[in-house]
Design a protein around this ligand. Structure first.
Ligand SMILES: [Zn+2]
Length: 227
């Protein structure tokens, strides 16, 4: 039926692309759950489920949770009632194998992906966003020296605590993470491009401007395409 298709989405974007924020905005506007693998892990572990205990074993040893376990967790999540109108997957699939498994799960449910949102951000912009981040050593408040600076340099507005730069937020680490992201994501994006699902969105402008683009893409996906 035209007009009210489900919205079954995957979102990609490098660290610092605002992927989490855009996912949340999409989730709120369209009433579909934002499903991040991090949240699923935490939830399953907190509930002490079979899969949660399995995942915990790997995580506690500093190992990657194997594809089978991740896929099974995502499958169970997608079976829940709130995913009927759609969903936005964030952090999954992370491997080509997971992407293929996702197709299998969706086929089993009689669904298919509607679009893959790919946030594209210049490397220098990501470096600027992340390396200018400062965190309060006392209350954990997050600042950005350019977008959201503290009133007094180096001091938390909320509690007066000292601000510091996290080790993960240094230029060297950021560039390394971007490199890892590219290597990891390229084959998956290629897989989805061949299926004609990828919608590149310019992630460089402000959150609001990016979201305007995302909305335009999603309206197009929802109203048209080839059903
Ligand atoms: Zn503070």
């Amino acid at each position: 039926m035209a007009g009210m298709k489900g919205l079954r989405l995957v979102i990609f974007g490098p660290p610092g692309s605002g992927k989490g924020t855009q996912s949340k905005l999409i989730s709120e506007l369209y009433g579909i759950p934002h499903i991040s693998t991090g949240d699923i892990f935490r939830d399953e572990i907190a509930r002490g489920s079979r899969l949660g205990r399995l995942a915990e074993e790997y995580i506690s040893k500093g190992l990657l949770v194997p594809d089978e376990v991740v896929v099974e967790m995502v499958r169970e999540r997608l079976l829940r009632e709130d995913c009927k109108p759609g969903f936005i997957l964030d952090g999954f699939p992370r491997t080509l194998r997971q992407a293929e498994e996702l197709d299998r799960i969706l086929e089993e449910l009689g669904w298919r992906l509607d679009a893959v949102i790919n946030l594209v951000v210049d490397e220098e912009e990501v470096v600027r966003r992340i390396t200018l981040r400062r965190v309060c050593s006392v209350c954990g408040a997050i600042y950005h020296l350019e977008f959201n600076p503290p009133k007094r340099p180096g001091v938390c507005d909320r509690c007066g605590g000292k601000l510091y730069q996290r080790e993960d937020d240094t230029e060297e680490v950021v560039r390394k993470r971007l490199e890892v992201y590219r290597t990891q994501t390229e084959p998956i994006l290629r897989y989805y491009r061949e299926k004609g699902l990828v919608r590149d969105v310019d992630g460089n402008p402000s959150i609001e401007e990016v979201f305007e683009q995302v909305k335009a893409v999603l309206e197009e996906v929802r109203s048209g395409g080839d059903g």
